[in-house]
Design a protein around this ligand. Structure first.
Ligand code: C2E
Ligand code: CA
Ligand code: CA
Ligand code: CA
Length: 278
C-alpha cells in the first residue's frame, strides 16, 4: 500500500494495473483459444546418449493468438491453472499428443515415447486416471509409449498422489519427475513413488562445464537414480561439452537445443523419416 498524501491510499501502482489488465485480457483470450483452434503442440526430441537414437519427444504447447502472436506457456499456463482452464486445455494436449504419436506409428516409423506435462490442478482432479484411460482407448496408443511428467511440488500438493501414480503405472504408462532437483522435497519419496525417470533440471545441466558443484550434483543424481533403477534424462543440453560429460557419467538420455529446439509435427515427420531404426 502506497501512501499518497493525507487519508489517501493507492492500492495498485500503475504497473500492477497493467499486469492485472494483461492477465484479464489473457484470460478472455484463453477462454476462446480452444474452440478457435489456436493451440499447437511442438515436439522436442529426446536422444539416447549412448547410441544417438531418437527415443522420445516432449510435447510442449504453443498458443498462436491472431493479434498478439505466439504466447509462451510460461505466461499462460499459470493463468490457465488459476482459472481452471487448464483442465480442458490439458485434456486437449494429452489427446493431441497421443493421437500424433499413434499417427507416426501408423505411418510406419519406429515407435517413440511421447512425454506430456501434467499441471498441478490437472493431477489433482479426480477424473485424471479415467481421462487418461479414455484417451488411450480412443487413440489406441499403447500406454508404454506415453510418459507423464510431474514435478515434485505437484506430487506433494496432491492428496492420494501415490495411489494415483500407482494406478497410472499399473496401466503401463511411464512417469517422470520433471525439473528434478529444484524442489525442496525430501529424497525419501523416491522410494515410495512409482516412477520410471528423473529429468535433471536445465539449471544444473547448463553449468556442468563451468561449475564444479553443479557437475558433482549431476553426477550424484545420475548415480543415485541408477541405484534406484531409475532412468535419467538431462534437459537443456546445449553444447557438445555438456553432452560428453553426460555420456561419460552414463546418463541415459538428453534433450536440448544441442539436438533440436521443440519443432512442429511436420518437422518431426521428417526427422522420423530420416531416422535410422535401432
Ligand atoms: P518444462 O517442462 O521444463 O519444459 C522445458 C522448457 O525448456 C521448454 O520451454 C523448452 O522449450 C525449453 N528448452 C528445451 N531445451 C532447451 C535448451 O537447450 N535451452 C533452453 N534455454 N531452453 C530449453 P517452453 O516450451 O517455453 O515451456 C515452458 C514450460 O511451460 C515447461 O517447462 C512446462 O512447465 C510448461 N508447459 C509447456 N507445455 C505445457 C503443457 O502442454 N502443459 C503444461 N501443464 N505445461 C506446459
Ligand atoms: Ca517438462
Ligand atoms: Ca523440465
Ligand atoms: Ca524446467
Amino acid at each position: 500500500v502506497k501512501e499518497q498524501g493525507k487519508n489517501h491510499f493507492q492500492f495498485y501502482t500503475p504497473e500492477m494495473n497493467d499486469r492485472v489488465m494483461k492477465e484479464m485480457q489473457l484470460e478472455i483470450g484463453l477462454r476462446k483459444a480452444l474452440e478457435q483452434q489456436e493451440f499447437e503442440l511442438v515436439y522436442q526430441p529426446q536422444i539416447d546418449v549412448r547410441t544417438g537414437t531418437l527415443t522420445g519427444a516432449e510435447a510442449l504447447i504453443r498458443w498462436h493468438h491472431p493479434e498478439w502472436g505466439t504466447i509462451s506457456p510460461a505466461e499462460f499456463i499459470p493463468i490457465a491453472e488459476e482459472t481452471g482452464l487448464i483442465l480442458p486445455i490439458g485434456e486437449w494436449v494429452l489427446r493431441e499428443a497421443c493421437l500424433q504419436n499413434k499417427k507416426w506409428q501408423r505411418e510406419g516409423h519406429p515407435p517413440i515415447r511421447i512425454s506430456v506435462n501434467i499441471s498441478s490442478r490437472q493431477f489433482q482432479q479426480n477424473e485424471l486416471v479415467a481421462m487418461v484411460q479414455n484417451i488411450l482407448n480412443t487413440t489406441e496408443l499403447e500406454p508404454r509409449y506415453l510418459e507423464l511428467e510431474l514435478t515434485e511440488s505437484i506430487i506433494q500438493d496432491s492428496t492420494h498422489a501415490v495411489e494415483k501414480m500407482q494406478q497410472l503405472k499399473n496401466m503401463g504408462i511411464h512417469l517422470s519427475i520433471d525439473d528434478f532437483g529444484t524442489g525442496y522435497s525430501s529424497l525419501s519419496y523416491l522410494k515410495t513413488f512409482p516412477i520410471n525417470t528423473l529429468k535433471i533440471d536445465r539449471s544444473f545441466t547448463s553449468n556442468i562445464y563451468n561449475d564444479p558443484k553443479d557437475a558433482s550434483l549431476v553426477e550424484t543424481i545420475i548415480t543415485m537414480a541408477h541405484n534406484l533403477d531409475l532412468k535419467v534424462i538431462a534437459e537443456g543440453v546445449e553444447t557438445q561439452e555438456q553432452l560428453s560429460f553426460l555420456q561419460q557419467r552414463q546418463c541415459n538420455e538428453a534433450q536440448g537445443y544441442y539436438f533440436s529446439q521443440p519443432i512442429a509435427s511436420a518437422d518431426m515427420d521428417k526427422l522420423l523419416k530420416n531416422h535410422k531404426t535401432v
